[in-house]
Design a protein around this ligand. Structure first.
Ligand SMILES: [Cu+2]
Length: 93
C-alpha cells in the first residue's frame, strides 16, 4: 500500500488484550494505540520484543506506538513480564 498513508488500530488492555490479534497490512505505517482500563497487574508495560519497543501504559491514558511499514509476518507483543500475550498478523497488501 502507500507508505504515506497510516493505518490505525486500538487495543484495550483489561485482563488481556482486546482485540488480541488485530491485523495490519504490510507496507503501510501504523499507529497502534493501547488503552489500559485496569489498575493493578503486570499490564502496566507493553513490549514488542522483536521491535525493541517497551512502553509504559498509564491507566486510562491512550498510548500510541508508531510503527514503520512492516513486512508480512506476525509481530508478537506481551506485557512486561511476558504473561499476557497478543500478536499482530501483518498481511500482504
Ligand atoms: Cu504480565
Amino acid at each position: 500500500m502507500n507508505p504515506n498513508e497510516t493505518q490505525q488500530i486500538e487495543i484495550v488492555v483489561q485482563r488481556g488484550y482486546h482485540p488480541n490479534r488485530p491485523s495490519l497490512v504490510a507496507g503501510t505505517p501504523a499507529r497502534v494505540t493501547f488503552v489500559r482500563r485496569e489498575a493493578g497487574g503486570c499490564s502496566r508495560e507493553v513490549v514488542f520484543p522483536t521491535l525493541g519497543i517497551r512502553r509504559e501504559l498509564p491507566q486510562d491514558v491512550p498510548v500510541t506506538i508508531d510503527l514503520p511499514a512492516q513486512p508480512a509476518g506476525t509481530i508478537a507483543f506481551t506485557c512486561g513480564m511476558n504473561m499476557m500475550r497478543g500478536a499482530i498478523p501483518v498481511v500482504p497488501a
